[in-house]
Design a protein around this ligand. Sequence first.
Ligand code: XMP
Length: 515
Amino acid sequence: RLLIVDFGSQVTQLIARRLRELNVYCEIHPYQNVTEESLRALSPRAIILSGGPDSVTREGSPRAPQALFEMGLPVFGICYGQQVMMEQLGGRVEGGHHAEYGRAHVTPADGHSLDGIFAGLFAESGREQVWMSHGDRVTALAPGFEVVATSPNAPYAMIVDEARKFYAVQFHPEVHHTPNGKVMLENFVRMAGFTGDWTMAAYKDEAIRKIREQVGDRKVICGLSGGVDSSVAAVLIHEAIGDQLTCVFVDHGLLRLNEADEVVSMFRDNYNIPLIHADESDLFLGELEGVSDPEEKRKTIGRLFIDVFQKHADRIDGAEFLAQGTLYPDVIESVSFSGGPSVTIKSHHNVGGLPEKMGLKLVEPLRELFKDEVRALGRELGLPDSFIGRHPFPGPGLAIRCPGEITRDKLEILRKADAVYIDQIRKHGLYDEIWQAFVAILPVRTVGVMGDGRTYDYACALRAVTSVDGMTADYFPFTHDFLGETATRIINEVKGINRVTYDITSKPPGTIEWE
Ligand code: XMP
C-alpha cells in the first residue's frame, strides 16, 4: 500500500482519488497518528506527504516522524509536505515574502535530467502549468537535493534526491489545474513498484472489513431515500453485517411516480434487506398545507423527517449506529473555508441533528469517495445500472419543484409531466448525458385552446442541466425538435398543463432546483 500522511490540506482526498484512478491502493492517515510504530505496522511501499494550512516556521507545527525518512522508502512531498521534508532533512523554509496562489508556470532548471518521476514533463511547450497555494517557501535545499524546475516565486518548485528516492514539489500535482500532475504521480507509483492491479472490488472488500470492525455485533439503522448514495451505502453495509442493518424509507408523499414501490421492491426483493416503509405522506402534506415560502417548506420537511425517522428507529431495539451516504464533496463543503462561514442559500436537509439527539454514532462508508466512484462501487455490489445511473433527487422531493403552495392535485400533475419528460429523454438516448432533469409546475395558470375549447391550466417548466458536482451547472442544449415534441406530449398526455417552457438559466446565477 501507499501511505498518504495528511497535514490537513483541503485537497488531500484528491491525491487518493488520483491514485485510485491509477489502480493503486492507498490509505490516508492524519499526521498525528503517524508514528514510528504505526509506520512499521503499516509497512507502506511508498509515502506521500500532503499539503496543509500551517507554516513549518511556526513552533509546534506538524511534522513527520523522523523515522519516516530513514526507512529507505520513496517519499513524495507536496507543498507543506515539501517544506516538512526540507525542514526535517536540513534545508530551510521561510515565510514573509510574496505568497503565490493559483495558476503558475514552472520551467526546467539548467542541466537537470528529466527522467524518473519527472519523465514526460515539459515535452510540449517547455513549461508546465501548475497550481500553487503557499505563503512560505523553501529557501535552502537539504543536503542531497537538487533543483529540477523553478517558478517565478518558487525557486525550488520541483526538487529531487535521486539516491534516496525523495521528491518534492511546491505546487499541487493532484488538482485538475495541474494538467500533468497525474503524470508525476503515475511516475512516482511506478517507480515505487506499484503495478496498478488494485480495483474497486478490492476497495469493496476493504470497506466491508472496516464496517465489520467498527460495528462489531451491534445494530445499524440507515435512512434510505432511494438515491444512489444511500442505496449503495445500505447494500454495502448489508454485505458487511447482514441483518444487523435495518433501513428506514420515509415516504413523504413528495416522491416521483412509482418511486416508493420501485425502491421498496428493489431492497426487499433483490437484496432481502430489512426495510421499514414509513408512509407518512398524510403527515407531511398536512403540515405543508398553506406553506409557500421555500425555506419554510425545507425546514418543515427537515423537522418532520427527523421526527418520523426517530419514531421508527426507536422501534429497532439496540441500534447504536446511523448509516449515511455522505460523499467526499459533502465533507469538503461542510468545513468552513478561510473566507469564514458561508451564506445559506438553501437549507439542505439530511438526517443531520439525529446522531446527537438519539445518541447514535455515524457509519459513513462512502466518505472518501466521489460520485462517479460511488457509482463504480454500486456496480461492484451488483446494483442494476438503471438504478446506479439515476439522476440526483433532492431530499425535500417534489416540494421544491412546486413553487408556491403544494396541493395533492398539483403533485399529481407534476408527477405525470415529469414521467413523460424523463421518458422522452430516455427515448432520445440523452439520460446519461444529463446530470439532472425534471419538471417544475408553476404557480400560474394560463389560457390555451385545445380542439374548439378554451383551457385555463397550469404552465410548467422543464429543467435539464449538465454538471460535474452540482455546484455549478449549465442548461442542456436540447434541439428545438426535441423540445417541441416533448411539449406536445406533455400537453396531450397530462391533463392540467397547457403550456410548457424550457428553463435556460445556468448556475450561478440560478440554482438547479427552483426553490
Ligand atoms: P441547487 O438547487 O442548490 O441543487 O443548485 C444542487 C444539487 O443539490 C440537490 N439538492 C438537494 N439534495 N437535499 C438533497 O439531498 C436538499 O435539500 C437539496 N436541495 C437541492 C439538487 O437536486 C441538485 O442536485
